[in-house]
Ligand binder design. Sequence first.
Ligand code: ATP
Ligand code: ZN
Length: 306
Amino acid sequence: MSLDGAVADLRRRLLAAGVLAELGEPGVFGLGGAFTRVFDAVDALYVAAFAHLRADVWRFPPVEPRSLFERTDYVASFPQLTGSIGVFAGGAAEHAELLRVRAEDGRWEDLLVPGGLMMGPAACHPLYAVIGGTLPVGGRNYDVLGSCFRHEPSPDPMRLQSFRMHEFVHAGTAASATAHRDEALPRLAAMLGSLGLEVADVPANDPFFGRTGKILASNQRHQALKFELVTPVYGDDAPPVAIASANYHEDHFGTAFGIFDAEGGVARTACVGLGMERTVLALFARHGMTTSEWPEPVRSVLWPHG
Ligand code: ATP
Ligand code: ZN
């Protein structure tokens, strides 16, 4: 089967089984009960696997103030993925105009204006705004689970426009941040292996935009800053899918948000992020659409109490 055929086949089976429900735009799905039950079990396992980090828990809304978005520099590198919230800020005349455009099946949303909020593209970004200041000796760990928006519409159910990422972030020194990244990957690979997923650890880069983006991506690979855990989803001939990534940001966020290590140097940060929807869907692709028929060893890891 071609890759397009395999993608269409997985999407069709997920929809037919009610794991996902179509909402009318690519990459935006309703998530059914079976999906949710697997999601919660995977998330609990993941938290247990990193309990030794004694991470501070933070949760953030799916939108970010524009000022925070600016400080991450995201739009400079990833304009193609960026989304902004449009709001209605007019009066009666503007409302009348909106209703007229709408009655003609026009794009009334063109009459909305930027509302000062951006869709958050990565779970960890707001964290850097709340941890600004000086870190304790040894640095600190954080647990962040949040919704991410990325404008990358695709028929592939593994590539969503809105998805959740659960990240364990470390802020400290270069040594403690790279150690966090390097220790997290094998631990996470072992957890995913216990669920029957075949994973490999590969060097990776972010999808930087445009011609300069190519240079940034190649630097990121050469400096071995980012690694992904990939798993085959569409057969052995198709490219494997990244379900997790571990990233060393150097001083990018430390500088932008004024975070310092215990010695007063600019903090270095790193995070390991599990793509939650991708992981759950990779399990359905691997073991089938009916969780009661999944292999017993996998079921007992996910649901030790039945
Ligand atoms: P890709 O190379 O697949 O576009 P990425 O390098 O942009 O992914 P990261 O920014 O490293 O992804 O995001 C961390 C994790 O979040 C990924 O490993 C993946 O599991 C998940 N993820 C990223 N983009 C998407 C998406 N569009 N849909 C679902 N999950 C995603
Ligand atoms: Zn992160």
